[in-house]
Design a protein. Structure first.
Length: 364
């Protein structure tokens, strides 16, 4: 029996800070308000864009964003770097939220979301030629809230999936299935009810306990073969937390997998063989939330690893040390983790391996 010891997953914070026990009524209010503010931004026009962004964000707000945007500072950059180009490329843009979670971590209050920005791709975006067709931009966000406005955001738009929908595929083939992420099987991803705080805490505890088990690394044992690692992952302590019909929704470039064996075969095994030298908690989570039957965590960066083989994504090993921008959203159902939505900034990972995906589009 392998003992899984408790350890701190969050970024250390200053002495004297306290973890907030967020009033459920405040949590519901935050989720409703942020949903409406973000919806208005996505559906803005030239005349009201600035006002809608001003209503949602503090003047000095900062966004940590997907590659190649990466970082945005202040209202003007939020408008000119992110939203005006998006609305120019997708003039009929609208927002569709599949999951909206709220909660607190350390001394910060958050609202996090999973969904899509849907529109017709009329003008080029990020250098990708316009297709004139409908695009569903997969977007996952974490927003820190102060005084009913956003002070900091982490935003991952799946740019690789946008490239795929635009008719290009400049990287190696996915092992999983590429598809549009569905809503939760329970149909309750956007709930504005007074949720049981004990249930929220239980969901987060199950999430973190499973994540802690991932630091047990059979691939690091001396002399193990790929088949042995596969068998050890099937019998790994993680099996105690995943539902028999689990769904793992990965980013474009990895794809979707079903069941523990599918997850291991299409993502976890090649990932572990490629990044044997890795630390899940090198920097830590900036957010950990439990909200009813859901939980989520995020790290920017949450993983530091050495690129040591071609098993994952199929590129020859570089031995470069890279970091990963990751969020995890979980549905807890029937006592186990039923679904896991996992945005990862694939373009950022490949860029660290000297692979510029956006440039490759124009070479094909």
């Amino acid at each position: 029996m392998i003992e899984i010891k408790d350890f701190e997953t969050g970024i250390p914070f200053k002495d004297g800070s306290k973890i907030i026990s967020l009033d459920p009524r405040e949590n519901i209010s935050n989720k409703k308000k942020i949903r409406e503010l973000l919806k208005k931004i996505a559906q803005s026009n030239t005349a009201n864009l600035k006002q809608n962004v001003d209503n949602a964000y503090h003047a000095d707000a900062m966004i940590k964003a997907f590659h190649p945007i990466n970082e945005i500072n202040g209202i003007n950059e939020i408008i000119e770097v992110l939203w005006r180009p998006l609305l120019h490329s997708f003039p009929d843009l609208e927002r569709r939220d599949n999951i909206i979670l709220g909660g607190s971590f350390q001394n910060r209050v958050y609202v996090s979301t999973v969904g899509h920005l849907t529109g017709t791709f009329i003008n080029p975006w990020l250098g990708v030629p316009a297709s004139g067709k409908t695009i569903h931009l997969r977007i996952c966000e974490v927003h820190q809230i102060e005084n009913e406005k956003i002070t900091n955001s982490h935003i991952l738009i799946d740019v690789m999936d946008f490239i795929r929908q635009s008719g290009f595929w400049p990287i190696n083939s996915s092992l999983g299935i590429e598809e549009m992420w569905p809503c939760p099987i329970t149909g309750d991803g956007s709930t504005f009810e007074n949720l049981d705080e004990k249930l929220s805490a239980s969901s987060l505890k199950q999430n973190l306990t499973m994540q802690r088990s991932l630091n047990i690394k059979p691939e690091a044992e001396p002399g193990v073969t790929k088949n042995i690692v596969r068998e050890k992952l099937i019998d790994h302590p993680q099996k105690n937390y995943w539902h028999p019909k689990m769904m793992w929704y990965g980013p474009c470039g990895i794809g979707t997998a079903r069941g523990l064996k599918g997850f291991i075969e299409h993502h976890q095994l090649p990932f572990r063989l490629t990044f044997k030298e890795r630390d899940y908690w090198k920097i830590g989570h900036y957010v950990e939330i439990g909200d009813g039957n859901y939980s989520m965590t995020g790290g920017w960066h949450s993983i530091q690893a050495t690129h040591g083989s071609s098993e994952w994504l199929g590129y020859e090993p570089t031995n470069k040390v890279i970091t990963m921008r990751v969020m995890d959203f979980y549905l807890h159902n029937e006592g186990l983790i039923r679904e896991n939505w996992v945005p990862i900034d694939i373009l950022h990972i490949l860029y660290q391996l000297d692979i510029d995906v956006l440039k490759l589009i124009h070479k094909n």
